[in-house]
Ligand binder design. Structure first.
Ligand code: ADP
Ligand code: MG
Length: 447
């Protein structure tokens, strides 16, 4: 019974986590017991157990329960060494993950330069990636790409790999995530195959490591990464790294590695702006139009989505996929109304929560006054007007009460805030400059 549930869950997990995660982390698990709300797994190492528990635990519990498992908790056990010979499954997992596998992660065929939409926020990163993808003599080493989640780092790295492989098939291009780097390193240690490991990593022509922030705090992995890195740089081999933040800001990363990472070209992908989001949506719609030729999409829908959905492109894509699937299911045109119905949860989640402090900062920047003057006691018009505008926006854009807002403006009384809000309401109707400023500020705060 429990085996059947697990088999069911495995199929779902494979789809949800991707083939690579699946073979690295899920396949080595063996469900040995499912009772009293606990699912017990045999795992080859504690490391795998901890990793799975931290990264996929909730997901696995959720899926088990969906199939009727009634599970509250997962437990991972390493079978004792004295137990019988390793189970075939473990042996198989070792082989696929072992250091003798010279390939990196599979590349997503859709992540090419052709499908990457370029806009202001990513133009520099794109240009640098293009440059590296041309091959030729190494100009900056490493290329370090960083930016928030879902802004296209992995996409750009795959694009570089595709292009390099096409231009120079003889090059040994290795792309892998930092966690895979660590996993291989640890496997090599465990299996006493460090020589092979070193050899493999030092024989590549281009090394790409995605999400390198992951090795922060993992001391021995950092150390090995550092040596690999140096050996490749010394050998004039190109290295391309991505992370979710700048090298200097990666937590628990050794100083010498930080400075090494800064030696080449460091470029960031900025959060998307409206134009880029619209461009991306348009390019994706072209793909969907071919897939769902019967579907119509009303004017204004893409603009609406580009306005309302956050900067994360993955969320944007997910919304569009859902929208097309839903419209095709109900056989209706994609109108604004249908969009709002279908995506109400996504739209709600991306309503940004703005804080009073952010509003104060934005407004003081806009009017070129110091934050301390906005909050402070001075009542000259130069400070008082921006202060009232900030109070008005705070009332409009946050759920703070008047007394709470007053407190954040240097302990002013709630009647002062009320007066300020009223004053701006009046002025907004009379003074188009103020109305424009308000609109601009509101939009900037929602970005
Ligand atoms: P990151 O690695 O920065 O978290 P990804 O590269 O995985 O982000 O991108 C998330 C999704 O958004 C991918 O499906 C990717 O194709 C898409 N995407 C991101 N930026 C762009 C862009 N500029 N043009 C087209 N698609 C993009
Ligand atoms: Mg990524």
């Amino acid at each position: 019974m429990s085996k059947a549930i697990w088999a069911d869950v495995l199929a779902t997990l494979k789809g949800a986590l991707g083939a690579n995660n699946f073979s690295n982390w899920i396949e080595p698990l063996e469900l040995t017991r499912l009772s009293d709300g606990v699912a017990v797994f045999d795992v080859p190492t504690n490391f795998i157990g901890n990793y799975v528990s931290q990264n996929f635990g909730d997901h696995i519990i959720h899926q088990l329960n969906k199939k009727g498992g009634d599970v509250q908790r997962l437990q991972f056990r390493v079978p004792s060494q004295s137990a019988a010979a390793p189970k075939p499954k473990v042996a198989a997992a070792r082989k696929t993950n072992g250091v003798d596998a010279a390939s990196g992660s599979p590349l997503d065929a859709r992540f090419t330069f052709d499908t990457f939409v370029v806009g202001k926020p990513n133009e520099l990163a794109h240009a640098a990636a293009r440059r590296v993808a041309e091959g030729g003599p190494v100009t900056f080493n490493p290329l370090f790409l960083y930016g928030g989640v879902g802004l296209g780092k992995t996409h750009l790295m795959h694009a570089i790999a595709h292009e390099l492989k096409e231009r120079s098939p003889e090059l040994n291009v290795l792309f892998l995530s930092a966690e895979q780097f660590m996993y291989r390193f640890i496997t090599a240690l465990r299996e006493r195959k460090m020589m092979d490991f070193k050899q493999l990593f030092r024989s590549v022509d281009v090394l790409m490591v995605d999400d390198v922030q992951f090795i922060g705090g993992k001391d021995s992995t950092q150390e090995e990464f550092f040596h690999t890195f140096n050996a490749l740089v010394d050998g004039q081999k190109q290295i391309i790294i991505s992370a979710d933040r700048a090298p200097g800001e990666i937590k628990d990363l050794e100083e010498r590695i930080k400075s090494r990472l800064q030696c080449g070209l460091v470029v960031d992908l900025h959060p998307t702006d409206y134009e880029l989001r619209l461009g991306i949506l348009q390019s994706k719609v072209d793909v969907y139009a071919a897939q769902y030729p019967e579907l119509e999409i009303s004017d204004g829908v893409l603009e609406f989505l580009a306005h309302r959905i956050s900067t994360n492109v993955r969320v944007l894509e997910g919304a569009l996929t859902r929208l097309f699937a839903f419209a095709s299911l109900v056989g209706r045109e994609i109108t604004l109304e249908l969009t709002q119905d279908c995506l109400s949860d996504v739209l709600k989640a991306s309503d940004r929560k703005v804080t009073v402090e952010e509003i104060q900062r934005k407004v003081s920047d806009h009017y070129n006054i110091r934050l301390s003057d906005m909050i402070g006691p001075k009542r000259v018009r130069n400070y008082a007007r921006p202060r009232q505008i900030a109070m008005y926006l705070a009332k409009q854009m946050t759920s703070r009460s008047l007394p709470e807002i007053g407190r954040r403006f240097g302990g002013r009384d709630h009647t002062t805030v009320m007066h300020g809000v009223k004053r701006i309401e009046e002025l907004k109707a009379l003074d188009s400059q103020i109305a424009d400023d308000l609109e601009l500020l509101r939009r900037a705060l929602q970005e």
